[in-house]
Design a protein around this ligand. Sequence first.
Ligand code: AMP
Ligand code: ZN
Length: 486
Amino acid sequence: MIRLYNTLTRRTEPLQPVHPGEVRMYSCGPTVYWFAHIGNLRSFVFADLLARLFRARGLKVTAVMNITDVGHLTSDADEGEDKMIAAMRREGKSAWDVAAFYADAFFRDLKRINVEPADAYPRATAHIAEQIGLVERLEKNGFTYRTEDGIYFDTSKLADYGRLSRQKAAEKKAGARVEMGGKKQSTDFALWKFSPTGGKRDMEWESPWGVGFPGWHLECSAMSAKYLGVPFDVHTGGVDHIAVHHEDELAQTEAATGALEANVWMHNEFITIDGGKMSKSLGNVYTLDDLAAKGFDPLALRYYFLGAHYRSKLNFTFEALEAAQNALKRLRAFVRSVGESDCPTAKGGSLLAASRQAGGKRPRRGGGSIGEVEPAYERAFDAALDDDLDTPEGLAILWEMLEDKDITPADRLATLLHFDRMLGLRLADEVGKKDEIPAEVQALLDERAAARAAKDWTKADALRDRITAHGFTVEDTAKGQIVRAA
Ligand code: AMP
Ligand code: ZN
């Protein structure tokens, strides 16, 4: 039974889908004004892991992630400039071109870090009519008022406003400097903002209240209702969204429909760097391309995320990423090594066929070409993930299983590939692969073979050391040297 921590109730609760056998989930996606950084990627991988967990338990998943391409101001509380317009200035492109460019980059990143595609990626700019419709309903229900710069949601009209962050409006006011403008309460937020008088925005639309653009929170209420209905099951995002964005989404949907938008609200903790915030001015905002330039595989970042519970803060260091990359290399080497020699049934490429089967269906004994998933480890692994997505515990079980020499390598491989359907490290791709041997290592191997033939053991040992220094191990067998990536 899946149990999930619900920010709304502050409890870990059994998942009880609205529609039996199905899970409908909505995740706050990127604001496409810049490349996704590792913090954003953590939240996208978190949503992916949840969807994989639901699917692994036989639930039909409908996953939706929005793309914010208008309306997200530089402050979450309706202040500052639209992030898209700021990017347009920075890059000398239209806001539409900025959005198209960074949305493409986002989809590329998702592929690289092996996030399974959601069912829909609705864009705010493609759902203006739905957002206007929602404001009209709120207006009809008496929750709106007009100021000089827009139409606002009156939080004093909703009795339980603040239920997600558990902060009353008064406390929020005391805690943060909020530009009131014409707002009645500091917690009130924009539903529709007017274009500046006399000016024309790159992104603006006609509305019953005047030309302008939607407030940021509106899109998620409007699009989740359209694609998933109300209420749906699970809403995800980073913890920064609890106090404002999700609080306001929840309030709007409740005011418009009388229903709770989503039953379970889940939030991933932040990634910090050197214990502090990532920021462009400090030059510590890392993207997948930045990591690739330093020699890191995107899947090493994925492994790194798996090593921490999604509700734990994660302080990023390159040492920790390096350790994750090494662990991933060890897993890949294990998969390749079973394919190469240890697995007696791996001959003739049959293991490769079996791994394809593992990618789609659970491998079973009796197929003849691959081992069996070890039931005790499978149960432990599933229990860890069912317990609020405890991936660090899942990884601990994985390593314990790999070191369990009572299990045949073929069974360990089957179990590992089975776990990886959940973890998403693309280990099945390694089956049947040979370690790529760089030319300089091959030259050392040839030299060493000659030294051994000449019985020059001292030279052969020295050459082994040089090969090891390149990150490879050599084993001498009756058939000659076997080399593997260490
Ligand atoms: P944004 O593109 O700013 O709208 O953010 C996309 C997603 O990334 C949201 O769910 C944010 O809550 C999340 N997010 C932003 N920064 C971080 C961070 N440093 N660590 C983890 N998640 C983050
Ligand atoms: Zn959102």
